[in-house]
Design a protein around this ligand. Structure first.
Ligand code: HEM
Length: 210
C-alpha cells in the first residue's frame, strides 16, 4: 500500500509540474512556438503557421486536460469517495485523448525530422486511442485489473512531450547531435520507454497489491 502511495505521489508531482510547464511555456512564454518552428524552416513540408498554431493551442489544452483527469482517476482516495466522479472524469479523459490524437493527426505530416518522425507520431496516433478504448471496454466487462492496466498504458502517453524534449535535449545540447535527428530519435525512444515504463508500473502495482 505504502509503495502505491509513493508511486502515486511521484506521478502527481511530475504530472502537476509538467502541466504547469506546458501551460506557461505554450500560452505565456512562447505562444508563437517560435523556437520550435525555427527548426522547420526549409523542411520539405512546411505548415501553414497560423493554422498550425491554432491546432497546437487546442492540442496542448486537451493534453493538459488528459494529464489532469487521468491523474485524478488514478487516486484511490477520490475513487473511494465517488465512483460517479471517476466515471464522468474517465469519459472526459477519453474525449481529451481523442482531441489530442485528432490534432496530432493534423500536425504529424509536418513533424520535425520529416517522414520518419511523422510515422512515429502516427504510430502513437494508433496506440494511444487503442489503449484507452481497450481500458473502457474492459471495465464495461467488469474486468477492473485489466481496465487499470490498459489505463496505465494509456496514461503513459501523457508524458510523450516531456520525454521527447528530454531525450532531444540530451542528444542535441548534451551530445551535439543535430536537432532534427535528435528529435526523430526522441520520438521512437519515447514510444519504447513509455511502453516499458507502463509495464514496469503494471508489475509494481500488481506486486504491491499481493
Ligand atoms: C499529453 C501530453 C502532451 C503534451 C503536453 C503535448 C504538447 C505538445 C507541444 C507543446 C507541441 C509543440 C511542439 C513542442 O514544443 O514539442 C506538440 C507537438 C506535437 N505533438 Fe504533442 N503533446 C502531448 C502528447 C502528444 C501525443 C500523445 C501525441 C501523439 C499521439 C502528440 C503528437 C504531437 C505532434 C504530431 C506534434 C507536432 C510535432 C512536430 O511538429 O514536430 N502529442 N505537442
Amino acid at each position: 500500500m505504502a509503495k502505491r502511495n509513493v508511486l502515486y505521489g511521484l506521478l502527481a508531482a511530475v504530472g502537476i509540474l509538467f502541466i504547469l510547464y506546458a501551460l506557461v511555456q505554450n500560452y505565456i512564454l512562447d505562444p508563437e512556438a517560435s523556437a520550435f518552428l525555427d527548426y522547420k524552416a526549409g523542411a520539405v513540408r512546411e505548415p501553414n503557421v497560423p493554422v498550425w498554431l491554432k491546432v497546437m493551442d487546442v492540442h496542448v489544452a486537451f493534453a493538459c486536460i488528459a494529464m489532469a483527469t487521468g491523474l485524478l482517476n488514478f487516486s484511490n482516495r477520490i475513487y473511494g469517495k465517488s465512483r460517479r466522479f471517476h466515471r464522468v472524469n474517465g469519459y472526459v479523459y477519453l474525449v481529451s485523448v481523442l482531441v489530442v490524437v485528432a490534432t496530432s493527426g493534423y500536425m504529424a505530416p509536418y513533424a520535425t525530422g520529416g517522414r520518419i518522425g511523422s510515422m512515429g507520431f502516427n504510430l502513437m496516433n494508433l496506440l494511444w486511442p487503442f489503449f484507452t478504448v481497450m481500458a473502457i471496454i474492459q471495465i464495461r466487462k467488469k474486468r477492473a485489473d485489466s481496465h487499470r492496466n490498459w489505463m496505465i498504458r494509456s496514461y503513459a502517453f501523457c508524458f510523450t512531450n516531456l520525454l521527447i524534449h528530454l531525450i532531444t535535449a540530451l542528444l542535441h545540447q548534451g551530445a551535439g547531435v543535430g536537432y532534427a535527428l535528435s528529435y526523430t530519435i526522441a520520438i521512437y525512444g519515447t514510444i519504447t520507454l513509455l511502453l516499458l515504463a507502463a509495464q514496469l508500473v503494471i508489475r509494481t502495482v500488481a506486486v504491491a497489491r499481493r
